[in-house]
Design a protein around this ligand. Structure first.
Ligand SMILES: Cc1cc2nc3c(=O)[nH]c(=O)nc-3n(C[C@H](O)[C@H](O)[C@H](O)COP(=O)(O)OP(=O)(O)OC[C@H]3O[C@@H](n4cnc5c(N)ncnc54)[C@H](O)[C@@H]3O)c2cc1C
Length: 495
């Protein structure tokens, strides 16, 4: 065994969207990372096709949003229909720009995103990447971690040291095993065939909406992806398919309701077992997990990868603090305290939607869903608050609104807030205050601020780097308290 040449701040196991995003976020704080991935290239099979405005905002913060836009299709929403095409439940995603500064819902091709992430990383001198390196062991000492990996190209084992290790190593995570965590299972487990097709010509009759065919005999999802790419996901129960699914006449027969071989070619297919699980622990000492390593949900809401990107945004600034100022157990524990309840909301809703799509008695499930997430019969997007971590308790009480995502004001200069202050704390205030602890945005900088604060009935809001509100001040006195460098230290640093 040979030693690696370096000691890194953070080793990230896994170069999927979660690991890549985390490395880019950490680089805002000059954190040096090593990403290790066992594969030579990005994952080739069909996976994510949807993300939302909050995730696009994270992509804005790592400066890939502009390039990504060329690869996106704005999604008008999802419709749940019965086998006759009659509408059961509507989930409209209006095409206006939301308060996050982006569209509510985007369709994309996961390899396009992953290529952009990798290009951005290749231009970043703080991030080292080694592919074809299989992580074999992670050991923790009091002040660092030792990571052993097998380099498939060189044909031998190496080890490196780092302050922290984050397992972004997907659904069969080795890092999760090392955490020795229990898994909570929400029960939904089904085999689905996923088919990506490339149309030969545009077929507007297929529609712009995502369609969920709630047919208990053959539940199917249709997605209108960018360009000529279209996705069908088909429940297959225990049916067996030949290795060569593409030439399978049964597949074309299933698709015949929408397309024939004259209309499209099949680009790629995969069979997955959709699961609904979450790890009870995401952190132990210097080892953490994020993304699919920490949670899995069925893809009916298009939120699995989104959850991993949120993990990265929540964790990045906390790790950066620990690297700069020393290990802080309370701050790192806040990662799972905040993220687990948040992800559970998405998993539970995705499971309910899955039950609706597959159920023999859909009206029953529909009623449940409407009660939970709908107004006037239409389903609404989820916007859960973060779980109550101890870092909220530190600011007297967790006030209404803290732990909730804050919008993105546009400044008088025409720039969006995060373009000027990417991934850093910001104080938004209607008062004139002076502090050198973090940038301040007031009605003098942005016309939107007044209204945003009025909606919250607040004088000032302290926003974390991940854009969730940490503290809300209801009057001048509270504003002074949250803007004092003492409080900022306490909130961000001395938790
Ligand atoms: C059919 C389908 C549709 C989906 N649709 C959506 C959607 O529309 N929207 C959405 O948000 N999500 C969706 N998802 C989920 C989404 O694709 C995943 O959540 C996302 O890809 C997970 O990213 P990740 O970076 O956490 O893990 P991964 O992308 O799985 O990356 C893990 C990486 O770790 C590496 N690795 C593993 N073990 C080791 C090791 N020991 N050493 C080194 N490297 C290792 C792997 O090679 C891999 O590159 C869908 C998933 C499926 C299957």
């Amino acid at each position: 065994m040979q030693t690696g040449t370096d000691h890194f701040d953070v080793v990230i196991v896994g170069f999927g969207p979660t690991g890549a995003t985390l490395a880019l976020l950490l680089s805002h704080y000059n954190v040096r990372t090593l990403i290790l991935d066992k594969e030579a290239d990005i994952y080739p099979l069909p996976r994510a096709v949807h993300f939302d405005d909050e995730i696009m905002r994270v992509f804005q913060n790592i400066q890939i949003a502009e390039d990504l836009e060329a690869h996106l299709h704005i999604n008008p929403g999802m419709r749940f229909v019965d086998r006759n095409g009659d509408l059961l439940l509507d989930w409209p995603r209006p095409k206006q720009i939301t308060e996050q500064g982006w569209n509510a819902s985007y369709r994309f091709h996961q390899p396009d995103l992953e290529r952009l992430l990798r290009k951005k990383i290749s231009e970043n001198s703080l991030i080292n990447v080694q592919t074809e390196c299989n992580v074999m062991n992670i050991e923790q000492a009091a002040d660092c971690a030792r990571i052993t990996y097998f380099d498939k190209v060189k044909g031998c084992e190496f080890f490196v040291f780092s302050e922290y290790v984050v397992g972004c190593d997907g659904s069969n995570s080795f890092a999760r095993e090392k955490l020795c965590t229990n898994m909570e299972n929400f029960g939904f487990q089904q085999r689905w065939l996923v088919v990506d097709a490339l149309l030969r010509n545009s077929m507007p009759e297929l529609g712009d909406h995502t369609l969920q065919y709630c047919d208990p005999e053959r539940p199917v999802t249709y997605c209108r992806n960018p360009g000529l790419r279209r996705r069908w996901e088909i429940a297959i129960g225990e049916e067996s398919y030949d290795d060569d699914i593409i030439d399978n006449s049964r597949l074309w027969q299933t698709l015949s309701q929408w397309i024939t071989p004259q209309d499209a070619i099949i680009e790629r297919t995969a069979i997955y077992k959709f699961r609904s699980i979450i790890a009870n622990r995401w952190q132990r000492g210097r080892l953490l997990i994020a993304g699919d390593a920490a949670h899995l949900m069925p893809p009916f809401m298009g939120q699995g990868m989104c959850a991993g990107i949120r993990d990265a945004a929540n964790l990045g600034w906390k790790l950066a603090y620990c690297i700069k100022n020393g290990h802080n157990g309370v701050l790192l524990e806040s990662y799972e305290e905040e993220r687990i309840p948040h992800v559970k909301e998405y998993i539970l809703t995705a499971v309910s939607l899955g039950e609706l799509i597959c159920s023999a008695t859909p009206m029953h499930d529909l009623k449940k869903l409407k009660n939970k997430n709908s107004t006037n019969g239409a389903m609404q997007s989820l916007t859960p608050a973060l779980g109550k971590s101890k870092i909220f308790k530190n600011i007297e009480k967790r006030k209404l609104g803290s732990g909730v995502l804050f919008g993105q004001p546009t400044l008088f200069t025409g720039q969006k807030m995060d373009d000027v202050y990417p991934y850093q704390a910001v104080l938004v205030s209607s008062q004139f205050i002076q502090t050198d602890t973090c940038p301040i945005i007031s009605p003098h900088n942005s016309p939107a601020v007044d209204q945003m604060l009025r909606t919250l009935k607040a004088h000032s809001v302290l926003i974390r780097p991940d854009r969730y509100m940490l503290a809300i001040a209801k009057n001048a006195e509270e504003t002074l308290a949250i803007s004092s460098s003492d409080t900022m230290q306490r909130c961000f640093f001395e938790v």
